[in-house]
Design a protein around this ligand. Sequence first.
Ligand code: NAD
Length: 255
Amino acid sequence: MSRHQNRPVALVTGGTSGLGLTTAERLLADGMRPVLFGRSRERGKSAVRQLGGEAVFVAGDVAVEGDVERAVAVAAERGELRAVVNCAGRAHAARVVGRSGPHSLKEFAEVVTANLTGTFNVVRLGAESMARNEPVAGERGVVVNTASIAAFDGQIGQAAYAASKAGVAGMTLPLARELAGLLIRVVTVAPGLFDTPAAEVLPPAKRAALAGLVPHPRRWGQAHEFAHLVAHVIGNPMLNGETIRLDGGLRLPAS
Ligand SMILES: NC(=O)c1ccc[n+]([C@@H]2O[C@H](COP(=O)([O-])OP(=O)(O)OC[C@H]3O[C@@H](n4cnc5c(N)ncnc54)[C@H](O)[C@@H]3O)[C@@H](O)[C@H]2O)c1
């Protein structure tokens, strides 16, 4: 994409940290204008400082209609919204029958709300805006969602997280089928282990043990490798309606 004034805009949720921030950085380098959406104003400020003048931050929660409407409106003010990248999400671990009783129903619903309802909220509002674009090379826009390999091989303790991410993977095809009529593609990335602030909370021994499960390369993925795939998805018009595992061949064991 050229670096002229009418840079296409990319809305990146969870864009102030981890996979989202690195993806926003990559899309900026590729000639897009990122709108970073996230909950922390402090992280938002520091991300915009890191990315420079082309990036803006909008504070909000992906599962709140008005917050995402505002983010989409800001994106539309800055140019044509051509890509929506959903990286916002929260991790969660709890047993269904734990020492202190059954899994909290409230927590289950909160994880599904953030990871699945939030993703859907951004897709529906982002797609409505992209539907107004003039097609360029036969496309009006691209949606890239983030699931997890837990969507397919969730571990003990991941019932809520795996269910939320399986929902993201599951809606990929119906979204792509419907939005095809609007010339909008939908692809989901299912990352394995990626070295981000979310992973830094794990003790070093646990991190090393997890890395040892990855067939090749035997290590945690780097955020720029995720961003590289997102950039490829945006640029490759034949990718649509699919969930792509990005995991070095890892299949998670039960625990
Ligand atoms: N890092 C990994 O190993 C890994 C593996 C599989 C999937 N993922 C997924 O990748 C995505 C990015 O994760 P990350 O590793 O970069 O972690 P991260 O914690 O650095 O980024 C997640 C971001 O989402 C934001 N967020 C969470 N809930 C939100 C909400 N309701 N509204 C708005 N923002 C919200 C957080 O504040 C944070 O900025 C997540 O969806 C995560 O589930 C990560």
